[in-house]
Every structure is written in C-alpha cells, then in structure tokens.
Design a protein. Structure first.
Length: 131
C-alpha cells in the first residue's frame, strides 16, 4: 500500500460556521459522529471512494509549543467558481491565482476559522497522469 493521504482534520473555533463554509464552498457532506461538536467529512460523491476527514473543535497547542499545521490543497474543477464561493461564505482569498506551468492554477484561502487551504484547478494532462 502506498503512503497516500487517507484522512485529515479541520480544527475550528466555531464548528457550525466552518461546517457551513465547507459544505457551501466544496460541496462536501459533513455529518455528526461521536462526541458533540465532532463531524465526519466525505469529500467525494455518494458511493465514490474519497479522502475522509473530520471537523472538530480547535485544541489548545501543547504547552511550550506553537500551533503547528498541515497544509492541504483541494483539487477543484472551476477555480473561479470556488473563489466566488469562498468570499460569499465568509472566507478570504490570501493568494490570487498563480499558474504553475504544466500543473494548473493555484490559490490560497483562509476559511472562516483562519485555516489556510490551497485550491488547485489541475491541467487535464497533469491530472490524468497523477490522479
């Protein structure tokens, strides 16, 4: 088995606000599971294999350390439409579209909780070769 990303977690000050944002921007299905304020994220279409995730209350950093993070990039079909959804749903674009030749167009955004997320519209040839 290869070392592929299989699961991720989004930490939020306001879990309900973040849930609304990710459902509206990326069309993810986010459903309650387990303890209060904990949700499972399905990134793919119903019945489709996908990378799973969790949405949960932000934890305090370990004493004596700064907050660490793991940056993720979401592959999207229409970057311009995603940018409009981000701003319409309380997020901000922190890096305007940047073209990486032979790969695609990339932006960075902040969600409603201040988390930095990448969104990339991949060139079809690149996507076919790697995904």
């Amino acid at each position: 088995m290869a070392n592929h990303l299989r699961f991720f977690a989004i930490h939020a000050e306001d879990v309900e606000r973040a849930k609304t944002f990710y459902e509206a921007v990326f069309d993810w299905r986010i459903t309650p599971w387990g303890p209060p304020g904990f949700y499972l994220i399905q990134t793919g279409a119903e019945g489709e294999k996908h990378v799973g995730g969790a949405l949960q209350q932000r934890h305090e950093p370990v004493t004596g350390t700064g907050m660490k993070g793991f940056e993720c990039t979401v592959g999207v079909d229409d970057l311009d439409a995603i940018m409009a959804k981000v701003t319409a749903n309380g997020g901000t674009i922190v890096m305007q579209p940047y073209t990486i030749d032979g790969v695609g167009r990339l932006i960075y955004l902040h969600d409603t909780e201040g988390n930095r997320v990448g969104a990339m519209q991949y060139d079809p040839a690149y996507a076919a070769a790697f995904f």
